[in-house]
Design a protein around this ligand. Sequence first.
Ligand code: GDP
Length: 140
Amino acid sequence: MALERTLSIIKPDATRRNITGVINTKLEEAGLRIVAQKRIRMSRQMAETFYDVHRERPFFNNLVAFMTSGAVVVQILEGENAITRNREVMGATNPENADEGTIRKLYAESIESNSVHGSDALDTAATEIAYFFSDAEIHA
Ligand code: GDP
């Protein structure tokens, strides 16, 4: 077991429906500690850079438009195996395929408007955390 940090984003479909609190409760109940958190509005350039890996995918433009359509809550989650644990509590990308009780099963509206983002590996977690937060903003 390793103490890890992962980047989480509560997406615009969730901030719009005022359900950031229930999502934070699900994360905390999964054993994850929110050690940094801020509510921001991503610019088009920020979203394009953040999702650069998906630039060639057919849904890229829609994804950027969605992620910039409202406020997001970016957060750093810390815990044992935090990356995997967060992916488990998030559920599958498409809510139709997500397990019962997961955030996406409970709250996602569609494969795009799926309420949360979570880093998928140690290296991407480090890159994504540094993209949004300075060390001075992180308090365990
Ligand atoms: P994640 O790691 O589970 O978030 O999934 P991906 O990294 O594959 O995709 C990133 C994000 O792009 C997803 O969370 C969705 O918001 C969006 N997305 C993924 N696949 C599709 C798709 O087929 N159509 C649309 N419209 N959006 C998608």
